[in-house]
Design a protein around this ligand. Structure first.
Ligand code: GDP
Ligand code: GDP
Length: 490
């Protein structure tokens, strides 16, 4: 049976990988099983959504960016960190407003004096803006516009992305005039907000949704046959710039202490394995910025921005050192963003027998959750296994785009449920009734069940899906809808 979409058969549709007739048929089938048709449609549509648009929140330190992010995401996840020098790794969050989902990039939490205030604000704003589809520019209305604010305004103008001006710290009506003064920035209407108390944030978010596109600027597969987008990421000193120089067959390393202040081409087309690839943020990789404080945050922001723009992430890991939490976080960033993933273990030339042994054990314990990612053992120095990089990337992209037709999926699910039923809980046995793959890039499944499926069983289903259909190098999303109504019983 060969009814799987051939991966080289051009880009799959972005939304609703489930075709029109197939979709209708499926909804009908679900209705027969006692599912509400609207709910089924909603579940499939939610799972078929492509990548979310990105909203960046930028501004000077202490204007209230993190406080605003907390408001927008509605949880205390982006904790406002009072201790100086403490940096966060997490920079993107998912948010929802008026029924629309989007990602928020928080540029708070970075030490201002690392590069000097103007350069640092510019650098972080630049990365955030680069990855964003719209920007909220936060200004402290009680302070008014400063020179640094003006510098950001120039960046925003140059980038040409939609901007919503947030006049923050307007805690009461008396602050409204402070907000109005910010018309002078020339960015349109200042929205008076108190991020701290929630005043005005709803109106501001309404304004955001008006300018935020429903899908990211560079939608996957926007240019059929165009170069695939690769993010080469990893913590500092794992060898990203060395690897880039090796694959680009040139030895230029740009030294620029003021990272991000120059606007040279950020991405680069590189020929590799007979194909042209777009490597994201090569300029950022090649700039050798050595910072003490804030370096981690700066690197995280850059990594997050690169991942947002990429289809596949190649995470470079220094095999000569123990796998660190930072390595794991970077892998997690790519997985959570739903990108295809390749793990490249670099500096292989330095490994002795003993280190190799321990490395394998570390990979099992520290990166066991991404055992599905293709792996290459490379050396940017000697050029070892460079030729294996492209096949690994292609494998991951193939898995990422794999679409299992609904008929085939349900045959598989039927067999799985018969041979490995869910354990009986409280006298009941929840059963997967049927399912569909609602989307690709990455593969997203919706399963409809007669009762709650335990996490362990979900993991089992994912494992079996991978065994059956491959999905090498890609995260797989499973969402489960439980039948609420007393439908027909079998
Ligand atoms: P960031 O550096 O831009 O991320 O700023 P923070 O979110 O960390 O906020 C800096 C300080 O301003 C914190 O002490 C916040 O509590 C305070 N702050 C943030 N928003 C408001 C607001 O709307 N009103 C007032 N009065 N204070 C605020
Ligand atoms: P980046 O910060 O990730 O861009 O890392 P770099 O490319 O600057 O490399 C950091 C250090 O690791 C440099 O001293 C490189 O010469 C060294 N390095 C990079 N790749 C290899 C490799 O494959 N083998 C060895 N032995 N050293 C490497």
């Amino acid at each position: 049976m060969n009814d799987q979409t051939p991966p080289e058969g051009g880009p799959a549709p972005e939304h609703g990988a489930l075709g029109g007739a197939e979709f209708d048929e499926f909804v009908e089938l679900a209705a027969d099983e006692g599912f509400d048709a609207e709910e089924v449609e909603g579940a499939i549509e939610a799972a078929s959504l492509g990548p979310l648009p990105v909203l960046a929140i930028v501004g000077r330190p202490n204007v209230g960016k993190s406080t605003l992010v907390n408001r927008v995401i509605g949880r205390r996840e982006a904790v406002v960190e009072d201790r100086p020098g403490v940096t966060r790794d997490r920079v993107t969050y998912e948010a929802e407003w008026s029924g629309r989902s989007f990602k928020v990039v928080d540029t708070g939490g970075w030490e201002q004096d690392v590069l000097g205030i103007d350069a640092s604000v510019a650098a972080q704003a630049e990365y955030a803006i680069e990855a964003a589809d719209a920007v909220v520019f936060v200004v402290d209305a009680t302070v008014g516009a400063t020179d640094t604010d003006e510098a950001v305004v120039r960046l925003l103008r140059k980038a040409g992305k939609p901007v919503v001006l947030c006049a923050n710290k307007v805690d009461g009506p008396s602050g409204e005039s402070d907000a109005a003064a910010l018309w002078a920035l020339g960015l349109g209407e200042p929205h008076p907000v108190s991020a701290l108390h929630g005043r005005g944030t709803g109106d501001m978010l309404d304004a955001v949704l008006e300018v935020l596109p429903t899908a990211p600027r560079e939608t996957f597969g926007a240019a059929p046959g165009g170069p695939r987008r690769v993010a080469l990421i990893g913590r500092p000193n794992v060898g990203k710039s060395s690897l880039l120089n090796k694959v680009a067959k040139e030895d230029r390393v740009v030294v620029d202490p003021l990272a991000g202040t120059t606007r040279d081409p950020v991405d680069e087309l590189i020929e590799l394995g007979g194909r042209t690839w777009k490597f994201i943020d090569t300029a950022g990789i090649r700039k050798r910025v050595h910072l003490q404080q804030g370096a981690d945050y700066y690197a995280s922001l850059r990594t997050a921005a690169a991942v947002e723009k990429a289809e596949v992430a190649v995470v470079l890991i220094d095999a000569s050192e123990s796998i660190s939490i930072q390595d794991q976080r970077i892998v997690t960033m790519a997985v959570e963003a739903g990108r295809a993933l390749v793990l490249a273990y670099n500096k292989w030339d330095t490994l002795d027998e003993e280190r190799r042994h321990y490395l394998e054990r570390e990979i099992e314990t520290e990166l066991g959750q991404v055992a599905w990612a293709p792996r290459v053992n490379v050396s940017a120095h000697t050029g070892r296994h460079m030729e294996k990089l492209v096949p690994a990337i292609e494998t991951a992209l193939e898995g990422w785009e794999t679409r299992v037709p609904t008929g085939r999926l349900n045959a598989f699910l039927g067999e799985l449920v018969a041979s490995h039923p869910h354990p009986v809980r409280g006298g009941k046995q929840p059963r997967i009734l049927f399912g569909t793959q609602a989307g690709t890039r990455p593969p997203r499944f919706v399963l409809f069940a007669s009762g709650f499926l335990e996490a362990g069983y979900r993991r089992f289903v994912e494992r079996r899906l991978r065994e059956e259909f491959g999905f090498e190098g890609t995260p797989v999303h499973l969402s489960v809808r439980v039948r609420e109504k007393r439908g027909r019983r079998k």
